[in-house]
Design a binder for this molecule. Structure first.
Ligand SMILES: [Zn+2]
Length: 313
């Protein structure tokens, strides 16, 4: 089932050579409604006011950029990048719209009612010399727009501004990761860190399908397998109950959470766990036992045995 439907507005702001601002309104894909459209189907739920707010956000953003930028609007997204419109549109389709549609199909019942801004920065096309400094455009624009140092080399999400800023030259994995954080909160407010990061990291290396994102082994696996071999991995029950994700072995927590989400997906239980846990967030152990139908000890054993079978080269 196609998740993007009907009267989708695809508005483009183009910076004209003369410095003017043009709105190009192109009718988007008009598809026939599905026979059993879910009540939460993406585009049908977009209020005109959200479209207007996205246009307003784009119009506010555009004067802060320079003529190398293109800006595209597809509610709830406002996507800008220092590249040609066709290149930006390709990034937007591949790394924003398709993953978002898949997340809405897979888990998130409620969609954003406010604009989400995505800034994609590339060093291609920057002045000679600046391109010898990887991440130059990303760091420069992070400073220019927000007055702050970029948090890392890849990209980050600013919840207060509802803005993702990305060094797109490093690939799209971080974008899909941060996009997960930007979208989940409209459906699962204030999600526990372990689960928020479990889903986001699952998505950073995945195959995007129309009805979901299928996680694949990635660079976080070797550290997890090494910790298992060393007997240094803490029990899963601790990870999901102790509320110390950021302060106690954070790197390993990411890996353990990611591969537990991938294990749930492997058991075809991730979708069910998401919706059940959202309603029972105070007792994650009981939620895991309920959805997987076995004790936490048994879950842990089968989870770890499965992790041992994975390979990442
Ligand atoms: Zn994250």
């Amino acid at each position: 089932m196609k998740s993007k439907k009907s009267w989708l507005l695809w508005a483009t702001i183009g910076l004209l050579a003369g410095g003017g601002l043009a709105w190009l309104r192109t009718p988007a894909t008009v598809s026939t409604p599905t026979t059993s459209a879910p009540t939460t189907a993406p585009a049908e739920n977009i209020e005109p006011s959200l479209t207007q707010r996205c246009r307003d956000a784009a119009a506010t953003l555009e004067p802060q950029l320079d003529p190398t930028f293109s800006v595209l609007v597809d509610p709830p997204f406002v996507v800008a990048g220092n590249m040609r419109t066709t290149d930006l549109a390709a990034h937007m389709e591949h790394s924003v719209l398709r993953p978002a549609a898949a997340m809405w199909q897979a888990y998130f019942t409620h969609q954003p009612d406010q604009p989400i801004t995505v800034l994609l920065l590339t060093d291609r096309g920057v002045r000679p010399g600046e391109d010898k400094n990887p991440g130059y455009a990303y760091r420069t624009w992070s400073q220019k727009l927000f007055g702050e140092q970029a948090a890392n080399s890849y990209g980050y999400y600013e919840p207060d501004r509802r803005t993702l800023i990305m060094n797109i030259d490093t690939g799209s994995g971080t974008l899909t990761h941060e996009l997960t954080h930007a979208l989940i909160v409209y459906d699962f407010p204030d999600p526990p860190d372990w689960f928020n990061e479990a889903l986001a990291t699952l998505h950073e290396q995945c195959r995007v399908e129309e009805n979901g994102l299928v996680g694949l082994p990635n660079w976080r696996l070797p550290a997890l397998q090494q910790a298992m071999a060393d007997g240094a991995l803490r029990p899963l029950a601790d990870l999901v109950t102790k509320n110390d994700f950021r302060t106690n072995q954070e790197g390993l927590n990411y890996a353990q959470a990611r591969y537990f989400a991938m294990y749930l997906q492997h058991r075809n239980k991730l979708r069910e766990f998401y919706s059940y846990y959202r309603g029972h967030r105070d007792n994650p152990v009981a939620a895991i036992e309920h959805v997987l139908g076995k004790s936490m000890d048994d879950v842990e054993k089968t989870f770890l045995a499965w992790v041992k079978t994975l390979r990442f080269e």
